[in-house]
Design a protein around this ligand. Structure first.
Ligand code: ATP
Ligand code: MG
Length: 441
């Protein structure tokens, strides 16, 4: 970056300096030329006055650094203050002479033998039809360039020096907040920032926090999983040991075997739930969306849970109106199942569960309501966390792993649905999930 800025700076400076110098040289050489021509014009006017007053013969007496030539109307040289007119060729074709013969005045600039000098010509027509021509050599634009070259080089060197210095200073200051930010990703409040970098830094910071959080969550999850696995495994190992040592006799053996089977089942559910969660977690997992009538799904789930509801002496009531959403059918079943399962499991004898499915404007609402034990406010915000159980013993006694609502939350998030909990301790709970409805279906 530093290098890039520096190179860029140098390019700009060199281009700007050269352009300025060239422009200055062009302008000054133009001004110089006009001045030369102007002064020649004055001298020519003066000489014309002298010649026309009959003083041509006195021309030689006037020392001049200007070459003076008089050319007659045919183009032959009549007089020259530096060379022998007899030896000079015809000047009829010289542009300034042609112009002077036609219009009264003419001028021209031609290269001299030396590249760095030009010859300026100025011609005036005299009253007798001949032409008075002045010629003067002067430096041209090249010589101005040549003379300015060391100055330009010096200036460029100076500017490049300044450039290198300021570019390094600039990049230093540009990069400093970024470096500081990288060093203090946890707390960037004190770091000087530019508004341009704000979105970038906010994003980086957010990602950083997310990474930390997910690392924390992973550690916590692993600890929880190990802990959850330990209990049933300890019990399996314990009962197996009793049987192994011959400490169990007769019907005890079958009771212990039953306990072992229960624990093994618990392990299976736990592992299934964990696998399910990690599937839902993975970003690669694709939703197989299709139009799903939530009322149908609710009816099917109610049918599946009828037995366990009867066992708990809980009645299930369905209150559904057909409403179609675009969703993964399997996941919808899972979601409603988990909610109903809870509503039955955390209910009271003789209690009831109501599964309500209905459209509301552009939304589809699934609401599972129970007359069960309810959840106190402080627990309500946690029930969607993994392994969170309000009453550990009750949940465990009913085979709960504390992952059901975590799965519900994941499924809802994958379908852009929102969840609302309304519960009162001792009176019951109502959890409703709101989906976007497929209006055209
Ligand atoms: P799992 O569903 O994985 O078998 P779980 O039912 O214990 O286990 P979640 O469904 O995630 O786990 O529920 C978390 C906790 O929230 C439950 O342990 C329970 O304490 C509480 N809870 C959930 N639904 C209700 C409800 N309808 N009434 C009262 N408490 C509930
Ligand atoms: Mg549950």
């Amino acid at each position: 970056m530093k290098r890039k800025i520096l190179t860029y700076f140098i390019y700009v400076i060199v281009a700007a300096t050269l352009a300025t110098m060239m422009m200055m040289a062009v302008i000054s050489s133009r001004m110089f030329e006009t001045q030369v021509v102007e002064s020649m014009r004055y001298e020519a006017e003066a000489l014309r006055a002298l010649i026309e007053a009959g003083g041509e013969a006195r021309l030689d007496e006037i020392g001049s650094d200007v070459r003076v030539t008089i050319i007659d109307a045919q183009g032959d040289v009549r007089y020259d203050n530096e060379a022998d007119p007899a030896k000079m060729e015809s000047h009829a074709q010289r542009p300034e002479v042609i112009a002077a013969l036609e219009t009264g005045v003419g001028e021209d600039v031609r290269n001299s033998q030396t590249v760095s000098r030009n010859t300026f010509y100025y011609a005036l027509r005299l009253s007798d039809g001949s032409v008075l021509r002045m010629a003067r050599e002067a430096s041209n634009i090249w010589s101005i360039y040549m003379r300015a070259a060391p100055l330009i080089a010096l200036l460029l060197a100076l500017l490049i020096g300044v450039c290198v210095f300021s570019a390094s200073l600039l990049t230093e200051r540009l990069i400093e907040p970024i470096e500081q930010m990288t060093a203090h990703l946890n707390n960037v409040s004190g770091v000087a920032r530019y508004p341009e970098l704000e979105p970038f830094m906010t994003m980086i910071q957010k990602q950083h926090e997310e990474i930390l959080r997910s690392a924390d969550m992973r550690v916590e999850f692993t600890a929880n999983v190990s802990h959850e696995l330990k209990t049933p495994l300890t019990s399996i190992s314990g009962y197996a040991e009793l049987i192994e040592n011959g400490m169990a006799c007769g019907e005890q053996v079958s009771r212990f075997a039953g306990e072992i089977r229960k624990s093994a089942n618990r392990l299976l559910t736990l592992i299934n739930d964990i696998i399910r969660l990690s599937q839902l977690d993975s970003p690669e997992q694709k939703l197989h969306t299709e139009p799903v009538n939530l009322a149908q799904v609710a009816q099917a789930v109610a049918e599946q849970l009828r037995m366990s509801a009867e066992k708990m002496q809980v009645s299930i009531r369905l209150d559904t109106r057909p409403v179609v959403i675009s969703a993964d059918r399997g996941m919808m079943e899972e979601l409603i199942y988990n909610l109903c399962d809870n509503a039955i499991r955390y209910n009271v004898r003789g209690g009831s569960v109501c599964i309500d499915v209905h459209p509301a404007r552009d939304r589809a609402i699934v609401c599972v309501q129970d007359t069960g034990i309810g959840i106190s406010r402080e627990h309500q915000e946690h029930i969607f966390e993994r392994f969170y159980r309000v009453d550990k013993s009750r949940s465990k006694a009913t085979g709960g792993t504390g992952l059901g609502l975590a799965i519900v939350k994941h499924i809802a998030a994958k379908h852009n649905a929102t969840i609302a909990v309304d519960s009162e301790l001792g009176r019951g709970t109502s959890i409703s999930v709101s989906f976007e409805r497929l209006t055209h279906a």
